[in-house]
Design a protein around this ligand. Structure first.
Ligand code: 3LM
Length: 399
């Protein structure tokens, strides 16, 4: 009997079990414990008529690598299941997921209302490039849901947020924003990169669409670039057959899909460990005399601490901090650490440290940084999976 059909229904299984098994049946693949990597760009049709039927959507089956691949399809089933969505689309990067989404669902003249703090290249796309195509973005403070109500207009088609936000860890109330967006007829999109579905499930809280940079925690090992969108089947079909097929071509490779499936097997272990170590380090850093402020939702000093505890299973592995000595002290910290690695990106086994104003968020000019609310001195740490004691000594020693 097939492994999948003999197995309990997915909704009776825990998250870790589904992250390891969902959507793949070894018995359908010669018993192979791991999914095969289908390295093919195209697919043979049984007949001319059958090929035409596949193109017309009247027959099941793969057509061409830009719109689907069997290894990628396993990943997509698993991501949809873990986020609690109907369907998923995997892409070649997180930015590829965003452009597939926006170029497919929005038209010239439409507006987006976005939280004021976004990952640098998302901000660059929204503020510097979408206006060239007639799509305008209003940035508001979505940590205050009343701000959204005031910003909505007749042309608002989409509300967009990260939570916690990259880099300064602001936490947005997903259920409250979802409610306002729904009543305004706007699609609510949450970039869930920082949390992964293990820590936070925006669709269950009322969001319409979840996006990811799968480069980060979903892959988990800093060895690939990928993205994903999870939403209704209707939306995902449009993104696949318009966004990726005809607009941006940002299809993921089968090998990268395989690596993400491998990474997902340890997602719960990794997120628990990232969160536990980051929580301890956030407290250590907050108590240090050289530190002016630590941004971590697990700290009682965080403005949305109570909301974060309600909305997230654990507080994740990302910390931002400002030193009393400002930017110069932050740069000195970065130059002195010996275990933490000076690098952008996040979600890897290695602890990474970087300076948003000159690196990940250099797309904000100094005025924009001030308007959007993050400082030149901010330092970001992606807490890895090393021993807590070693990281503590590395960071506090460098301070
Ligand atoms: C970074 N972030 O170091 P890709 N959404 C979020 C992200 O953090 C990112 C993306 C989307 C970083 C990358 S900066 C040069 C390195 C919340 C990426 C985009 O296209 O897979 O990189 O995802 O913060």
């Amino acid at each position: 009997m097939s492994h999948l059909t003999s197995r309990p229904a997915p909704n009776s299984l825990g998250f870790a079990t589904r992250a390891i098994h969902h959507g793949y049946d070894p018995q359908l693949h010669l018993g192979s414990l791991n999914p095969p990597v289908f390295l093919t760009s195209t697919y043979a049709f049984d007949s001319a008529a059958e090929g035409a039927a596949r193109f017309a959507g009247e027959a099941d089956g793969f057509i061409y690598g830009r719109v689907g691949n069997p290894t990628v399809a396993i990943l997509e089933r698993r991501l949809a299941e873990l986020e609690g969505g109907e369907a998923a689309l995997a892409t070649s990067s997180g930015v590829g997921a965003l452009t597939a989404l926006i170029w497919t669902l929005l038209n010239s003249g439409d507006e987006i209302v976005a939280d004021q703090m976004l990952y640098g290249c998302t901000f660059g796309l929204f503020e510097h490039h979408l206006p060239r195509f007639g799509i305008h973005v209003r940035f508001v403070d979505l940590t205050d849901p009343a701000g959204l109500t005031a910003a909505l207009g007749a042309k608002t088609r989409m509300v967009f947020t990260e939570t916690p936000s990259n880099p300064n860890m602001r936490v947005v109330d997903i259920a409250a924003i979802a409610d306002i967006a729904r009543r305004a007829g706007a699609l609510f999109v949450v970039d869930n990169t920082y949390c992964t579905p293990y820590l936070q499930r925006p669709l269950e809280l009322g969001a319409d669409i979840v996006t990811h940079s799968a480069t980060k925690y979903l892959g988990g090992h800093g060895d690939l670039l990928a993205g994903a969108v999870i939403a209704s089947k209707e939306i995902i079909d449009r993104l696949r057959f318009t966004g990726v097929k005809e607009l941006n071509g940002a299809c993921i490779s089968a090998f990268d899909a395989f690596l993400i499936l491998r990474g997902l097997k340890t997602l719960t272990l990794r997120m628990d460990r990232h969160s536990a170590t980051a929580e301890k380090l956030a407290h250590d850093l907050e108590a240090h005399p050289a530190v002016a402020r630590v941004y971590y939702p697990g700290l009682a000093s965080h403005p949305q601490h109570a909301l974060a505890q309600r909305q997230m299973r654990a507080m994740g592995g990302m910390i931002a901090l400002e030193l009393k000595g400002g930017l110069a002290a932050g740069r000195a910290l970065m130059d002195k650490v010996r275990i933490a690695t000076r690098a952008v990106s996040l979600g890897d086994a290695e602890t990474l440290i970087q300076h948003p104003a000159s690196m990940t968020h250099a797309t904000y000019d100094p005025d924009e940084r001030a308007r959007h609310g993050f400082t030149d001195g901010l330092i970001r740490i992606s807490v890895g999976l090393e021993d807590y004691e070693d990281l503590r000594e590395d960071l506090l020693g460098a301070l």
